[in-house]
Design a protein around this ligand. Structure first.
Ligand code: NAD
Length: 475
């Protein structure tokens, strides 16, 4: 009999309640922060393939303690009210934890995006946008969607364009969604942002010997064995950066149709190419194929990265999970029941609200860029380069005048004389966010004996910040 009975929202609420119970919040504030403010359900029809098809969509607003509220839009047949409300709550806590000035929201459309062609998806998306706009559930100042599972730059571009047509006099219209392509007002580095954030989170984790010890890990990231579930936007970028830049070995990739394993490390780009060409991992020649993909979650490794869907590690399989560290790239992959079992087993979990916050962090940069109507670095880049050139030329003059004949090391001059472009600035801002947020979580985790794990620490930091906002609002 399955004991995986905890719903996603119950899990999020239980984790929240546990953390809030360790704090002394003003009477009634715990309830105010926890509950979801509103969820809008819409059913709309679109005439396609000679008949009207009815679609169901949701947009949930969890907390408006800061506005706009922010959160992705998911396209999946599994989308339901419980799920969007759980995801919206996580957005509230995530934004507070990484200090982006948003409340939490989330949306979803019950649709299998693979069942419709591009023209049809565009019509459905534009119509959904119209429904959201009528209720201010998409707006640069009130509610700003972003991509999530099943959506990407293309859908965000359609939404931005549909909004602009409905609000031609809104000079900030582009800021109504983030995750747009660069040509439609997007920002460099948004597509990779969530996976990049996972990489930066792991790098930061490996800078702290004391937390590594808790997980029984030593040494550096290079050579660590990693299993990834879901090779979509988040999973692909995380796996690609970790294998190519940090020299981790991706020993397993789990997808919908099974898993590939290879103890020598999987070539992630090649596997992604294979998935694009064939629709799945089966038949990939760079590793062994296993039809029962889920069982591969239980294979031994150092780091497990669930990057697909929620509740994949639950009371039924948690006991068999055989890794040292789990980094939750997906939202809610570990249920509250499983969380307790894993903790008992000594497995450390880097929680979702921190681990996958790279997406909303770079979305924040994009939103700011749209409101300021100028790309990052445009004003200062050449000025920075000119000042760097002055230093280099002065060093060269001193070297010649004094007869010391110094030569700058190979590549230094070129690198030093190149001002940061938008992508470098975005990565720098993201890295800073991941490092600083980690330190805040760690501070609470290590200093408070009642806080047993990093997830509770993350909730404590987030709840404290949200309660400070409510207190200053005078509620
Ligand atoms: P995506 O649609 O790009 O990729 C999801 C991948 O998971 C796909 O390759 C899909 O085939 C695979 N998958 C789906 N169900 C699976 C299953 N049961 N077993 C194995 N593989 C499965 O989605 P994404 O944008 O990468 O999002 C993945 C997760 O990350 C979600 O939980 C999402 O909420 C979270 N997230 C995404 C972002 C973002 O910027 N895209 C930001 C924060 C959090």
């Amino acid at each position: 009999m399955s004991v995986n009975t905890t719903s996603f929202r119950d899990s999020v609420d239980r984790m929240f309640t546990h953390a809030a119970g360790l704090m002394s919040l003003a009477p009634g504030l715990e309830e105010k922060i926890r509950v979801c403010n509103s969820t809008y359900t819409v059913r709309f029809g679109v005439r396609l393939r000679g008949q009207i098809h009815t679609f169901t969509g949701y947009r949930s607003v969890h907390s408006e303690h800061m506005e706009p509220v922010k959160g992705g839009i998911r396209y999946s047949l599994d989308v339901n009210q419980d799920e969007v409300e759980a995801l919206a709550a996580l957005m509230t806590y995530k934004c507070a934890l990484v200090e982006v000035p948003f409340g939490g929201s989330k949306g979803g459309l019950c649709i299998d995006p693979r069942a419709w062609n591009e023209d049809e998806l565009e019509r459905i998306t534009r119509r959904f946008t119209y429904e959201l706009s009528r209720r201010n559930l998409i707006s640069p100042s009130q509610n700003v969607p972003a991509p999530d599972m099943g959506t990407g730059e293309r859908e965000m571009a359609w939404m931005a364009d549909a909004y602009k047509r409905l609000h031609p006099d809104d000079i900030n219209a582009k800021a109504c969604v983030t995750g747009k392509p660069r040509t439609a007002g997007g920002i460099d580095g948004r597509v990779e942002a969530t996976g990049r954030g996972v990489q930066y989170a792991l790098r930061e984790f490996f800078r702290h010997d004391d937390v590594m010890k808790q997980a029984g890990l030593t040494g550096v990231l290079a050579g660590k064995r990693v299993i990834v579930q879901g090779l979509g936007n988040v999973g692909y970028h995380a796996a690609q950066f970790l294998s190519v830049e940090d020299k981790c070995l991706i020993t397993g990739v789990i997808e919908r149709d099974g898993a590939i394993t290879n103890p020598q490390g999987i070539n992630i780009d090649a596997l992604r190419g294979h998935i694009r060409a064939t629709g799945g991992v089966k038949g990939f020649i760079g590793g062994d194929y296993h039809e029962n993909g889920l069982a591969m979650l239980e294979q031994e490794c150092d780091i497990l990265i669930p990057a697909a869907v929620e509740s994949v590690i639950h009371a039924d399989n948690a006991e068999r999970i055989n890794c040292k560290l789990i980094i939750e790239a997906a939202n809610g992959p570990v249920t509250a029941d499983a969380d307790a079992i894993l903790r008992r087993k000594g497995i450390v979990i880097i929680p979702d609200m921190y681990a996958n916050a790279g997406g909303v962090t770079v979305s924040y940069f994009e939103w700011v860029k749209n409101l300021s109507q100028i790309s990052l670095g445009r004003l200062e880049r050449r000025h920075e380069e000119a000042r760097a050139r002055m230093i280099v030329e002065e060093l060269e003059r001193l070297s010649a005048d004094t007869g010391l004949n110094w030569t700058l090391s190979k590549g230094f001059k070129e690198a030093f004389l190149t001002g940061a472009d938008e992508l470098e600035l975005v990565r720098s801002g993201l890295d800073d966010t991941m490092r600083e947020s980690f330190k805040k979580m760690k501070e609470v985790w290590i200093s408070n004996p009642k806080v047993e794990d990093m997830r509770t620490a993350a909730y404590v930091v987030a709840i404290r910040r949200i309660s400070n906002v409510y207190n200053s609002l005078g509620l």
